[in-house]
Design a protein around this ligand. Structure first.
Ligand SMILES: Nc1ncnc2c1ncn2[C@@H]1O[C@H](COP(=O)(O)OP(=O)(O)OP(=O)(O)O)[C@@H](O)[C@H]1O
Length: 253
């Protein structure tokens, strides 16, 4: 049996108050593209932050590439794009510099970038369609292009697992398509993806499995649910979460 890339077992996760997630279990195996869906505030971001050790878990366990999280050190194997991080942030960095910062975990801060670094940065810029903007300050890019630059930064590290928190939220259609193309290339090369999404849009054909978070737990783990409203379609195949409640309206896909 292959070792799961991510293994969450009976995890409880929260902040100062009561746990946001209780008894959550999730396995992601190599090559899967798993979308975490759910209503606003349901705990989607909390789940992926717990996977990365950014929020401590109160019970249960998280294992990455077969290693318990507390002993995991191979962070170069993971690329992470957090939610709504302004790539510009007033910093006069160029697009190429932002993307090149994704190589730091691989090469170490003190070693100057080599040919492999430059090639990985160029490939990542090309994958998201920003090669022609490489020398421009990130602050001059649109929001969608800045988001693409952050995704290129994660790709430049040549990770095996990409963890993305709402990568296409508020992103223009062109950038969504560019992002979907970059992700397809990553997956075709054997990459694994865990992403939080509110709207799947052009990502939908890439998603191999959907996990729906609701009321502190995972209420569905399987096929991508049909959007609410499609239930009236004559050839609509019913896919319902394993819960008593009607799921329609929990997410908009
Ligand atoms: N840093 C934090 N400190 C305290 N509570 C937090 C923190 N981050 C999130 N929460 C709370 O945890 C719950 C789940 O939030 P989370 O961001 O995981 O939800 P989400 O499903 O990703 O929502 P959205 O779709 O709005 O991003 C919410 O009630 C939120 O207020």
């Amino acid at each position: 049996m292959t070792t799961p890339v991510i293994q969450v077992a009976h995890a409880a996760v929260g902040y100062d108050g009561p746990p946001v997630l209780r008894d959550v279990s999730l396995d992601v195996t190599a090559g899967e593209v798993v979308a975490v869906l759910g209503a606003n505030g349901s705990g989607k971001s909390t789940l992926i932050r717990a996977v990365l050790g950014l929020v401590p878990i109160g019970a249960g366990s998280v294992t990455l590439f077969g290693t318990p999280l507390r002993r995991f050190r191979q962070w170069h194997r993971i690329g992470y794009v957090p939610q709504r991080l302004g790539a510009g942030g007033g910093v006069p960095a160029t697009v190429r510099e932002v993307v090149a910062s994704g190589r730091l975990a691989r090469r170490g801060v003190l070693r100057p970038p080599g040919r492999a670094d430059r090639e990985a940065v160029a490939a990542a810029l090309g994958a998201v369609g920003l090669a022609d903007r490489a020398g421009d300050p990130v602050a001059t890019l649109s929001g969608g292009q800045q988001q693409r630059a952050l995704i290129a930064r994660a790709l430049a590290g040549q990770p095996e697992l990409l963890v993305l928190d709402e990568p296409t939220a508020g992103v223009d259609a062109g950038s969504q398509e560019a992002f979907a193309g970059a992700l397809r290339g990553f997956v075709n090369d054997g990459g694994t993806v865990l992403l939080v999404a509110h709207e799947l849009g052009p990502l939908r054909p890439l998603i191999s499995r959907a996990v729906v978070v609701h009321q502190g737990g995972i209420v569905h783990d399987g096929a991508v649910p049909e959007p609410a409203g499609h239930h009236a379609d004559p050839d609509h195949e019913h896919v319902h979460p394993h819960c008593d409640e009607e799921p329609a309206g929990l997410w908009s896909i």
